[in-house]
Design a protein around this ligand. Structure first.
Ligand code: PSU
Ligand code: MN
Length: 305
């Protein structure tokens, strides 16, 4: 390998032992949540993965090296740093080549996880087709990544700030399995249900692991999107959120927020407009996803051996 890739001590040990590992992203820490809740959440989510029987591997680029698993002080540093780049497929290699530091989005975390032989990844919500994409062309690189990189991504669906109908249409076009856990309707990130039926439903981690293993065995490229609804007692109902999302979107438009700044701006404004309630829900859903991802990773080890 002719680029620097380093493993945290616990990830190195898990690799040597062949025990389950769950990848975690870092953009949610640097661009998705405010300090200090970002660092607190990252630590709690890592512990949720351990409690679920797997080893957490939080992924980031630091000083030109791809880190698979962060030591506690590295996580603290990243969570407090300003000026950290937001890395997707387009810029992760350039950041490493230039010795830079950056946080990985869903797309970049999938690439890194695959390079490290990790098959399961937990996050909050994936990026997708933004509202107004018919004129802005703003479609997250997360969607293409799901189509080509064999990693199972556990999320609470696509983020509700997006055009969810267009997002799921594009996923279907790209041949990405969209699997909702335990219910017939797709979730909507902060809300447990949307008004859309899920293309596929599964009820156990074993089924989800088997589906990814079968997909890869058949030579079908790409991963799967696992839509894990936020626990009902932690959700914010969609009708409560709708006007808040509309206001944040119109402010983004008025201020000409574009490209990589859109999602962080919207999440930040929704946090303010809900007086922190959106963050409480976001933390609950990420934790829920980490627990499921650990079970799926365990099943993958079991079924592959
Ligand atoms: N999930 C969250 N909060 C986030 C993200 C996911 O709960 O901030 C991040 C992920 O890194 C995802 C990114 O890839 O938001 C989407 O950014 P964009 O829309 O610019 O592609
Ligand atoms: Mn975008």
């Amino acid at each position: 390998m002719n680029f620097p890739m380093t493993f945290s001590a616990e990830v190195a040990a898990a690799r040597a032992a062949g025990t389950p590992i769950v990848a975690l992203e870092s953009t949610i820490i640097t661009h998705g949540m405010p300090f200090p809740q970002n660092v607190e959440t990252a630590r709690i989510v890592e512990q949720d993965v351990r409690d679920g029987g797997a080893t957490p591997a939080t992924i980031a680029v630091m000083n030109g090296a791809l880190h698979i698993g962060l030591e506690a002080d590295q996580l603290d540093g990243l969570g407090q740093a300003t000026d950290v780049a937001k890395l997707s497929r387009a810029d992760i290699a350039a950041c490493i080549a230039m010795g830079g530091t950056g946080a990985t989005t869903v797309a970049a975390t999938m690439i890194a996880a695959h390079l490290a032989g990790i098959h399961v990844f937990a996050t909050g919500g994936i990026g997708g087709v933004h509202r107004g994409a018919e004129s802005s062309f703003d479609i997250s690189a997360d969607l293409n990544e799901l189509a080509q990189t064999p990693v199972t991504v556990v999320a609470a669906g696509a983020k509700a700030i997006l055009d969810l109908e267009k997002t799921y249409e594009v996923l279907e076009t790209l041949g990405v399995p969209v699997i909702t856990v335990g219910q017939d309707m797709l979730p909507a990130f902060w809300s447990a249900v949307s008004d859309m039926a899920t293309p596929l439903r599964m009820d156990t981690a074993a089924q989800i692991a088997s589906a990814q293993i079968t997909r890869t065995a058949m030579g079908l490229s790409g991963g799967q999107l696992i839509c894990n609804p936020i626990p009902i007692d932690a959700q914010i109902p969609a009708d409560v959120l709708a006007p808040v999302i509309a206001q944040a979107l119109s402010e983004a438009d008025a201020q000409s927020i574009s490209a990589k700044l859109v999602t962080p701006f919207l999440l930040g404004r929704i946090f303010e407009l809900t007086e922190g309630r959106s963050l409480v829900a976001n933390i609950a859903l990420v934790r829920n996803n980490a627990v499921l991802a650990a079970k799926i990773a365990g099943e993958m080890v079991k079924q592959s051996s």
